[in-house]
Design a protein around this ligand. Structure first.
Ligand SMILES: Cc1cc2nc3c(=O)[nH]c(=O)nc-3n(C[C@H](O)[C@H](O)[C@H](O)COP(=O)(O)OP(=O)(O)OC[C@H]3O[C@@H](n4cnc5c(N)ncnc54)[C@H](O)[C@@H]3O)c2cc1C
Length: 410
């Protein structure tokens, strides 16, 4: 069994596929070491287990919508794309989505997965309650003041069987793409460009002078859709994929056509292979105040980056108060790299990249590749020590700590 990218082979000696909550409890009680699996889209070994892996493939895809309270209770195993279709049918929407709808709600929120938008927090911020089975087999619901400690839980607090999310009224989005933004203009107008729509992504191959594509997703109820020019970039007149030359049929609708939120906020459609398919990913989060300096630091490394790169993406995330959220306490720029699938060459280069952005206290994405030794999580996350204590309270025998989490000092 492998992850989506194929770079991780899961070590588990037993995979259990529960069909109800009692199955989870009995599997948990019998095992010494356990991890739960979402859609296996993470690029490191975060979801791996040497002993038991719990897969939600056969778990009922329960989606219960409270239209009046605008909340939805969703089962582990449900993918964002599936949830979005149900919410849209009920006249509701999520505040935001990541670049692809194929990932599970529980797996994505567990690693702090995000979309883009200076007004938008990461996806876990929408969690209103978490229902999980603890290491001891107890069914616990986490709500209220306890949520900041648990929303980004890295699968280390227990096995989540349901989450409840806050929703909002449905809205329409238009997506337009702008080409060849001069890099200097990005630096001089960074926040204005990233606020040109509800959700803005800049795709770049770190050329000397140009940012290749700016994807602007405008909410029809609150934004003004940009015209034919954006700070020197010009509006595309045909459809684009973030990767030059890749087939555009997997990409969501563009060219300013108006449609529902869930068909425009992700970059890729649910029924196609997203992104490139054979790739590795790395992503680092810096304070938005350091955005320009951090971009310059990466740009200075472009001669080393480019041979390994498929494409890079720049997104913004609003600050939140979730202890292990990569945007904890700071509005953030996320600098993302989609690499060619050369694991040895990419991991050999990462220390140089990480050294260049270390002065900005960059936090790595929990679900992507990074060099563990280069990050001191006590320094990067003010609540890291409290989170370790909170976690130990739920799991004193470290049943949910795998090798990857140990390597990260957990
Ligand atoms: C093509 C591609 C595009 C991506 N785009 C984005 C993006 O736009 N933004 C972004 O931030 N990230 C992105 N990612 C990264 C991805 O969102 C994260 O790795 C995410 O965690 C994957 O979700 P998953 O359902 O596959 O979870 P998995 O990778 O299966 O698991 C992730 C974590 O969740 C835990 N978990 C899963 N289910 C449960 C459960 N029931 N109970 C407790 N813990 C559980 C696992 O143990 C693990 O720790 C992308 C990845 C790929 C492959």
């Amino acid at each position: 069994m492998k992850n989506w990218s194929g770079n991780v082979s899961f070590d588990a000696n037993l995979v259990v596929r529960p069909t109800n909550v009692d199955d989870i409890k009995s599997a948990l009680i019998a095992a010494d070491s356990v991890r739960a699996l979402g859609s296996a889209h993470s690029f490191n070994r975060i979801a791996d287990s040497k002993d038991l892996l719990i897969s939600f493939e056969l778990f009922p895809k329960d989606i219960q919508i409270d239209k009046v309270g605008k909340q939805v209770r969703v089962a582990a195993g449900v993918r964002y794309g599936e949830l979005a279709i149900a919410l849209q049918a009920a006249g509701l929407a999520l505040l935001n989505m990541g670049s692809l709808p194929h990932i599970t709600v529980v797996g994505a929120t567990s690693t702090g997965t995000h979309g883009s938008g200076l007004r938008n927090q990461n996806l876990s911020a929408a969690i209103a309650s978490i229902e999980l089975i603890t290491a001891g087999g107890e069914d616990v619901t986490i709500t209220g003041d306890e949520l900041p400690s648990a929303r980004v839980g890295l699968g280390a607090l227990g096995v989540i069987h349901h989450l409840s999310l806050q929703a909002i009224d449905t809205f329409d989005v238009a997506q337009r793409i702008f080409l060849d933004l001069p890099f200097e203009n990005l630096l001089h107008h960074f926040e204005e460009i990233m606020q040109a729509g509800y959700s803005v992504s800049a795709f770049t191959t770190w050329g000397d002078a140009m940012v290749d594509q700016i994807w602007v997703k405008s909410r029809m109820d609150i934004d003004t859709v940009p015209g034919h020019e954006l700070f020197g970039a010009t509006a595309a007149t045909h459809k684009f994929h973030p990767l030059a030359g890749a087939a555009t049929k997997s990409a969501t609708e563009q060219l300013g056509s108006v449609g529902p939120w869930h068909e425009r906020l992700p970059h890729f459609k649910l029924d196609f292979t997203p992104s490139f398919g054979e790739e590795l990913q790395t992503e680092y989060f810096v304070d938005i105040k350091d955005a320009v300096a951090a971009l310059q630091a990466v740009h200075a490394l472009r001669a080393q980056v480019r041979p390994l790169l498929l494409v890079a993406e720049l997104r913004t995330i609003a600050a939140d108060d979730n202890w292990l959220s990569e945007a904890y306490g700071r509005d953030s720029l996320a600098i993302h790299f989609t690499w060619k699938p050369d694991f040895a060459a990419v991991t050999a280069f990462l220390p140089a990249l990480e050294a260049a952005i270390a002065p900005f206290k960059a936090r790595p994405h929990w679900g992507k590749l990074f060099t563990a030794e280069n990050f001191d999580f006590h320094e990067l996350y003010p609540k890291f020590g409290e989170w370790l204590a909170y976690r130990a309270g739920l799991d004193p025998d470290r049943k949910f700590i795998n090798e990857q989490l140990s390597l990260w000092g957990m």
